[in-house]
Design a protein. Structure first.
Length: 71
């Protein structure tokens, strides 16, 4: 239920542009942390990559909602 909320329903509730923008910003900031996490510990690198995936997940349905309104 939480995954369904994060993907499709949140774009309808909060607006697709805000969800998509937040996903892009969060993923971008976490991507900048990859070299630092790799130097500290491999487990931290895996955790950062996992979080990038979690934050990137709602981006695709939000982008589809944006495309649907634009087209």
């Amino acid at each position: 239920m939480l995954i369904k909320f994060l993907k499709g329903n949140s774009a309808e509730k909060f607006g697709a542009k805000w969800i998509f923008g937040g996903c892009i910003i969060a993923s971008g900031l976490l991507t900048l942390l990859i070299p630092l996490a790799a130097r500290i510990h491999v487990g931290l690198l895996i955790a950062v990559r996992f979080l990038i995936g979690i934050f990137s997940g709602p981006g695709f349905p939000s982008a589809a909602a944006l495309w649907g309104k634009w087209v």
